[in-house]
Design a protein around this ligand. Structure first.
Ligand code: SF4
Length: 286
């Protein structure tokens, strides 16, 4: 099986990403976010492991990819998850990739990315996407138990944005867990140099829904009503009702534009609100 694959996980009109490739040094993810959708596609997801012979295979496969291509690292596991600290597979992958003129986007929740700033500076066309769902440490510890705290991510964003275009995924919006203080999050990100906010609402899969209600039993009834009774079903996901989603997304849109940043939403069907590509790739140099 190819390690560098075309990114098209949803094969449908809801994904508005430009053409790109994706690669992940790891299978599964040790950040163990309770809302993660990847756990319903990947066996034993929360028991992460490095991919076999990853570096050798990448070095071989990369030669077949057109040099103008756009590659994201990674979409279904975090490239800077805890085991990267010792294994350095992502770092070694970057060492291979920097010899090519690809457009590279790194998607992570971890400040461990700062360790590799020396290599990242050698890329000619790089965008960094950091995910921040809340400023509240207690909530973060519950929903992203092994990911760095929000304050550590904010510090990383501030440093990275001095050198690279940084976009931020405020994603997922989990009503009412992290939707009440969205303005504070966006303002904080603006201060740290973020160029674009990318957002989407939590879309439940049966396993992520179970994890969510186990950790937040006080919202069980509300989420069952919103997602299962009144919500929509799209490609195996439970969505919030469309009007409800639109209200949440439009609030983020409004505040983001007030703060003079670019905006996009992801897999919502509201692409008319996007001021740039939905994934932050508009910040690549042409
Ligand atoms: S960091 Fe991303 S891939 Fe890893 S568990 Fe969290 S949501 Fe899933």
């Amino acid at each position: 099986m190819q390690l560098i694959r075309e990114f098209d996980p949803w094969k449908g009109e809801l994904c508005t990403c430009p053409e790109k490739y994706s690669l992940s040094p790891y299978t599964g993810c040790g950040h163990r976010c309770i809302y993660c959708y990847a756990s319903s596609y990947i066996r034993d997801f929360y028991n992460p492991r490095p991919k076999n012979n990853f570096l050798k295979r990448i070095a071989r496969e990369i030669k077949k990819i057109k040099e103008t291509s756009y590659i994201t690292i990674s979409n279904s596991s975090d490239p800077y998850q805890p085991m990267e600290k010792n294994l350095e597979l992502t770092r070694k992958t970057l060492e291979i990739l920097k010899e090519y003129p690809f457009k590279i986007m790194i998607v992570t929740k971890s400040n461990l990315i700062l360790r590799d700033i020396d290599i990242l500076k050698e890329f000619k066309n790089l965008v960094i996407s950091i995910t921040l769902t809340t400023l509240d440490e207690e909530i973060s510890e519950k929903i992203e138990p092994f990911a760095p705290l929000p304050c550590e991510r904010l510090k990383a964003i501030e440093i990275l944005s001095k050198y690279f275009p940084v976009v931020c995924r405020v994603d997922p919006l989990i009503y009412p867990l992290n939707t009440g203080k969205i303005g504070e999050i966006i303002k904080e990100l603006k201060k740290r140099g973020v160029k674009q906010i990318i957002t989407s609402t939590f879309k439940a899969r049966p396993d992520s829904f179970k994890r969510m209600v186990k950790i937040f039993p006080q919202y069980k009834e509300l989420w069952e009503r919103l997602y299962i009774v009144e919500g929509e079903r799209k490609r195996g996901y439970f969505y919030l009702p469309e009007n409800f989603r639109r209200k949440l997304i439009e609030e983020v849109y409004r505040i983001t534009l007030e703060e003079k940043m670019d905006f996009s939403s992801c897999r919502e069907g509201f692409s008319e609100l996007n001021t740039k590509n939905c994934d932050g790739s508009s910040f690549f140099k042409v």
